[in-house]
Design a protein around this ligand. Structure first.
Ligand SMILES: Cc1cc2nc3c(=O)[nH]c(=O)nc-3n(C[C@H](O)[C@H](O)[C@H](O)COP(=O)(O)OP(=O)(O)OC[C@H]3O[C@@H](n4cnc5c(N)ncnc54)[C@H](O)[C@@H]3O)c2cc1C
Length: 212
């Protein structure tokens, strides 16, 4: 179960909240990118970035020069992951909505210095984008590792909110001649496009071609 703190208590539409850790993992594990919110030099900065999860820890990475990562070390950050599943079209403009699954994680991030944990975090990040790719591609060199910062964030304080279903209109509006319902949004992978300079004879690996 997700523990509810003063920060993660839903104010509005509480029935959309989920306290199941499995829902949190589902939202995180099926996402590709997150948004990292951090205060940099006194102002809020929200950056879209990659992530990966190992157990109860989220890993984020970037250049050692990235301001958001530098500012995040040892400070309170907020990470969100959002999936849009459909647009909810109501009879009135006011009641339009979105079907979604989203997670918000709060906590004090820490810069990972242990080499083993850094590699594990980077592996999780790569596998989040393309499962099977870490073992397929060349591992990072010492120089590349030295240029990469890895931040860790505990999943201890997190919330999940999920909206499903159709519109909810005002009783008198149901008689209006206005179409109402849900327009589902589906995201799918396309056919892999080989790099034009790829030498002949290198086939698309199954872990890539199989994602369609
Ligand atoms: C794709 C998308 C589009 C949305 N569009 C709108 C919109 O146009 N207008 C609008 O009012 N709302 C929208 N929402 C809902 C929005 O995210 C907030 O849940 C809602 O606005 C309540 O915000 P609040 O400031 O009152 O937060 P509160 O309910 O006061 O937040 C308290 C705590 O609840 C948790 N929480 C709140 N919202 C979420 C969430 N979405 N996911 C996970 N945890 C959450 C957090 O831990 C937060 O600290 C949208 C959500 C998504 C995912």
């Amino acid at each position: 179960m997700l523990s509810t703190t003063s920060r993660t208590t839903l104010g509005r539409e509480k029935q959309r909240g989920s306290t199941g850790r499995s829902d949190l993992y589902e939202v995180l594990d099926t996402g590709l990118f997150c948004h990292l919110g951090v205060v940099v030099d006194g102002y809020p900065m929200v950056v879209p970035t990659g992530y990966g999860r190992i157990g109860e820890t989220l890993y984020l990475h970037g250049s050692t020069g990235a301001r958001s990562l530098r500012a995040g070390d040892g400070t309170e950050v907020c990470v969100t992951v959002t999936h849009v599943d459909g647009i909810v079209l109501a009879r009135s403009v006011f009641h339009h909505s979105v079907n979604y699954r989203s997670a918000i994680v709060y906590g004090r991030a820490r810069l990972v210095t242990d080499e083993e944990e850094r590699l594990a975090g980077l592996r999780a990040l790569t596998e989040q984008l393309a499962p099977g790719q870490w073992d397929h591609a060349r591992p990072p060199s010492r120089k590349e590792l030295a240029a990469t910062a890895v931040l860790a964030l505990s999943l201890e304080e997190a919330s999940v909110k999920i909206r499903r279903g159709g519109p909810s209109d005002e009783p008198e509006d149901y008689a209006l001649p206005v179409w109402a319902g849900v327009l589902p949004l589906e995201t799918s992978w396309g056919a892999p496009l080989p790099d034009p300079v790829l030498p002949e004879g290198i086939d698309v690996p199954v872990h890539i071609s199989g994602r369609r």
